[in-house]
Design a protein around this ligand. Structure first.
Ligand SMILES: Cc1cc2nc3c(=O)[nH]c(=O)nc-3n(C[C@H](O)[C@H](O)[C@H](O)COP(=O)(O)O)c2cc1C
Length: 359
């Protein structure tokens, strides 16, 4: 099994990216320890201001920027030689600022989805060593990004993450009615993206499979099916290093397969989460008469007409351990969590010692 990954100028020992988990589920601890263990660690930029100690109720964007710089510096202190990047969602209002802060803060790569990151190379132009990795769910989206980047910026992606809407956690890049209807083929998409870059651009970039990768068998299957690496998120939640409160991890440990489902996010995208408390999430905002407090998303049905719930504060409550009225994002495999271990344990299981010794 191939046991390394090179994205742009950055190489890791193991072909694993820890998926960004917004609103401080993947902050500096998780990202730093994944990088230290030999994978790519990602700090998720979305909603970092909340629970940072820097937000005073009025300075969301400023606090968000400062929190991102702080998380990157702390992650780097954990893994001075590791590969550390930032996950930025295109849908957030302060996207441009988050990308600039990521570069300033020393991110080695930027992984970006929840919309098409069409202007990303323009924002990072002064930092040519920062590798750019879009997240897509179709070959068509990868083609669109490549054409636009090439024409506008003479740049192409350094890798592509192909995220499977049928299994991944968080916001999903597919219409609700098209999710889990049997039409989507994750590895056909992975191979399609790979072939597109080879045929069209004579470029052999890593294509990373995301969604539903849990154990060594899943990893081996992904590599056998043509992926160059995997992005795993839910699997890293039940670790000591994950930045969420213990109650968030306990929600993973206690959930059953049937508790995991789809919820329409006010961002206009479906999301995968624990769905049994969605009515309580909404009720919380009705009871407290919550108005859009942060303007965190470019487009949001809650901001515009109080439809559904305020997503960033719902995710923040869950991250802080209020799993009654907070929203717990998770992938379809989260129910498989059965203990809280360490990041190193997971890497040990994915890449056993004998294999490491064999090199
Ligand atoms: C709690 C949670 C939060 C997430 N937040 C983000 C995010 O902020 N940005 C993003 O691009 N993807 C986000 N995702 C998606 C993951 O990065 C990843 O691609 C996906 O969950 C992979 O599937 P898996 O969880 O089955 O491994 C999130 C997923 C989870 C479980």
């Amino acid at each position: 099994m191939t046991v390394s990954l090179t994205i742009g100028r950055h190489s890791t020992r193991f072909p694993v990216i820890q998926g960004g988990m917004g609103v401080r589920v993947s902050g500096h601890r998780l990202a730093g320890h994944v990088a230290k263990a030999g994978g790519v660690g990602l700090v998720a930029a979305a909603g970092l201001a909340l629970n940072s100690g820097l937000f005073n109720g009025k300075n969301y964007y400023k606090a968000d920027r400062e929190a991102l710089l702080t998380e990157l510096a702390k992650a780097r202190a954990i893994a001075p030689d590791g590969v550390i990047g930032v996950n930025c969602m295109v849908a957030v209002s302060n996207y441009d600022e988050a990308i600039r802060a990521s570069c300033e803060g020393g991110a080695q790569l930027i992984v970006s989805g929840a919309g098409l990151p069409l202007n990303l190379p323009g924002l990072t132009a002064d930092y040519p060593d920062v590798a750019l990795v879009p997240i897509v769910s179709s070959v068509k989206a990868a083609q669109l990004i490549a054409r636009k980047w090439h024409k506008g910026f003479d740049r192409l992606p350094d890798a592509v993450v192909v995220e499977d809407p049928d299994t991944a956690g968080g916001h999903l890049g597919e219409k609700m009615e098209k999710i889990a209807n049997g039409d989507y083929d994750q590895y056909a998409t992975v191979r399609g993206v790979k072939k597109y870059f080879q045929d069209q651009w004579n470029l052999d970039i890593p294509v990373i499979a995301a969604g539903g990768i849990w154990d060594r068998a899943d990893l081996q299957q992904a590599l056998a099916q043509g992926a160059d690496g995997v992005q795993m998120a839910s699997r890293f939640v039940c670790t000591e290093e994950c930045d969420a409160e213990d109650a968030f991890k306990q929600a993973y440990l206690q959930c059953k397969q049937e508790d995991i489902g789809l919820v329409m996010s006010p961002a206009g995208l479906p999301g995968r989460a624990l769905v049994s408390n969605v009515a309580a999430v909404r009720q919380h905002d009705l009871d407290k008469n919550v108005r859009c407090p942060l303007n965190c998303l470019k487009k949001c049905a809650y901001k515009e007409c109080q439809e559904r719930f305020c997503i960033v504060t719902a995710l923040d409550r869950a991250q802080r351990g209020d799993i009654e009225t907070g929203l717990v994002f998770c992938g379809t495999n989260a129910w498989k969590s059965d203990h809280i271990g360490t990041v190193a344990d997971i890497f040990e299981e994915l890449f056993p010692q004998e294999e490491r010794a064999a090199g």
